[in-house]
Design a protein around this ligand. Structure first.
Ligand code: FAD
Ligand code: SIN
Length: 539
């Protein structure tokens, strides 16, 4: 049942968010036979929830060089400068592709409207439907893809198949059949999104369980920077309701943060940028204020605007707040941090190639190095299209002669499992542990304890037989990769903050890369990177 059939497709794309759909449309336009498999309905993806927008230096007074500088500054010394340069300088043609695929960005007097977000030196965020940019993108791409491309919904990729050191197919679990199937193909594009569901409190939808990272790791491709999860500072977390993001664009329009005593606190933490400081700074500040006050939230105040203006600029947020009994024009909104974005992922070069021949990774599941230790707001949607474009170019036109696959980046360290006769964990237990010990503020002791608990659980997880089982396996794999990396990184940098090592350390200005060699799991740490960080880039 699991031996590959003939290669019916030139490539199989796993995932139907912006990265997967854009890659599939590009490959289809170039004449390739493409299959998209996606584990839920086509629109179930982080993409549809994106609010603020997509960053691109397209304004008359902007310059990709300024966008590049902001991206590097936010990344706390770990940004891959070559990849970030590509991101910023190839933005404009990719925005034009999205417009060609039907995305209608908001405009102002005939010119594209540009919003402001934290740590951007200019207003450079294109948005759509006010604060429903992702919905506009997801609907535009999915309606086009459904007309043009073979798409299998409720089809869960469970394994990447390899033969003689390269991809030969992908195994899937088909919900309607309750069983597995194999598609033979020489190329698989992983576009499975992030792993926010590792955490108890997250802005991510239920599909964000890190499957692509787990699949890649299991088949021997390298995984990088998993200790860096971005926590968004302003989520609306109300009992019995799904976590809802209050976009950074609201702070971009001037909203201010207050603690339980009614004091505006951000100027104390970052006098120059205040509420528009990088996300890691604002998230830690909000958490500190909450802990000091014994409160589960701080307050976001945007009452300087009237209801009419707020409803026009932020229609979804305004409506959701009203549903929750909050009028943004009159009430301060209770907000708290939530896991939001997985900076780490499947290690790729600037062509979307992983270290396994025939396996590509694009979008949030990939780690191109553009975000370093802390992603700049609205660079994520941009990254998906810039690097998906390059991946498709490369996979359809491989260089001749094809270079040998990249050598592993460093020596291996074995990640052993703990033999266990204990009980398998429930997903909620893993998420609670990650939130408590591998969250916004970490300690060496807590990280080591979490690593050991996860090793026990990993040994007790049963062989999956349904979607929930596969997702639990992915979450545990990602949680282990994140925790093991966080244990090793004895410093604080960007989104990774440890009270026992509260400052960045020069010897840690490098990446942690994990690889599972054929004879068992292992972890590797790369040689020092050459990027230019400063010891002063303190968390
Ligand atoms: P996704 O959109 O998450 O798509 C992943 C797809 O893969 C889904 O279809 C999923 O079902 C499928 N999948 C997963 N596993 C499997 C499997 N095993 N088999 C088959 N299919 C699978 N970024 C910005 O730049 N600007 C913003 O304004 C912004 N706002 C955001 C707001 C929210 C609330 C959230 C959660 C994120 C936001 N982000 C924003 C981040 C951005 O939306 C995501 O990083 C981006 O959409 C990821 O796109 P993707 O295609 O890589 O993944
Ligand atoms: C937001 O709108 O605050 C999210 C933007 C992002 O994650 O880039």
């Amino acid at each position: 049942m699991t031996s590959p059939q003939h290669s019916e497709y030139d490539l199989v794309v796993v995932g139907s968010g912006i990265a997967g759909l854009y890659a599939a449309l590009q490959a289809h336009e170039a004449g390739a036979r493409v299959l998209v498999v996606t584990k839920g309905g086509i629109g179930e993806a982080s993409t549809r929830y994106a609010q603020g927008g997509i960053a691109a230096a397209v304004g008359p007074e902007d310059d990709p060089a300024d966008h590049l500088k902001d991206t590097i500054d936010a990344g706390a010394g770990l940004v891959d400068e070559e990849a970030a340069r590509i991101l910023c300088y190839e933005a404009a043609p990719r925005i034009a592709d999205l417009v060609r695929y039907g995305v209608n960005f908001d405009s102002d007097n005939g010119a594209v409207a540009l919003g402001r977000e934290a740590a951007h030196s200019r207003a450079r965020i294109l948005h759509a439907r006010g604060d429903a940019t992702g919905l506009e993108i997801e609907l535009s791409l999915s309606s086009l893809a459904q007309r043009e491309i073979a798409i299998l919904e409720h089809t869960f990729a469970t394994r990447i198949l390899t033969d003689s050191g390269r991809v030969s197919g992908v195994e899937v679990f088909v919900r309607a059949e309750g069983g597995r199937r194999v598609f033979g193909t020489p190329r698989v594009v992983l576009a499975t999104g992030g792993a926010g569901q590792m955490y108890r409190t997250t802005t991510n939808p239920p599909v964000s369980t890190g499957d692509g990272v787990a699949l890649a790791y299991e088949c021997g491709a390298e995984v990088m920077d998993m200790e860096f999860t971005q926590f968004h500072p302003t989520a609306l977390v109300l009992p019995g309701r799904p976590v809802f993001l209050i976009s950074e664009a609201v702070r971009g329009e001037g909203a201010q943060l207050f603690n339980a005593k009614g004091e505006r606190f951000m100027p104390r933490y970052d006098p120059d940028r205040a509420e528009l400081a990088p996300r890691d700074v604002v998230a830690r500040a909000a958490l500190k204020e909450m802990l000091e006050a014994g409160s589960d939230h701080v307050l976001l105040d945007v009452t300087a605007y009237d209801a009419e203006w707020l409803a026009a600029r932020f229609p979804s947020i305004y409506a959701r707040c009203l549903e929750s009994g909050l009028d943004m024009a009159k009430d301060r909104i209770p907000v708290s941090p939530a896991a939001h974005y997985t900076m780490g992922g499947v290690r790729t070069n600037t062509w979307g190639e992983t270290t396994l021949r025939g396996l590509f990774a694009v979008g949030e599941t990939a780690c191109t190095g553009v975000h370093g230790a802390n992603r700049l707001a609205s660079n994520s949607l941009l990254e998906t299209v810039v690097f998906a474009h390059r991946a498709v170019e490369r996979l359809l036109n491989p260089p001749d002669p094809t270079p040998p696959p990249e050598a592993p980046t460093a020596d291996a360290l074995v990640l052993d499992g703990l033999g266990s006769d204990g009980e398998a964990p429930r997903t909620e237990q893993v998420k609670e542990l990650m939130w408590r010990e591998v969250g916004i503020v970490r300690t060496g002791e807590g990280l080591r304890d979490a690593a050991e608990q996860l090793r026990r659980w990993a040994s007790a997880v049963p062989v999956p037989t349904d979607r929930e089982g596969y997702e639990l396996r992915s979450i545990i794999t990602c949680a282990r990769l994140a925790t093991e990396a966080a244990v090793r990184r004895e410093e604080s940098r960007g989104a990774h903050f440890r009270t026992d090592h509260p400052w960045p350390r020069e010897q840690w200005r490098r990446h942690i890369v994990f690889r599972r060699p054929s004879d068992g799991p292992s972890a590797t740490i790369t040689p020092e990177s050459t990027s230019t960080d400063r010891e002063s880039a303190r968390a």
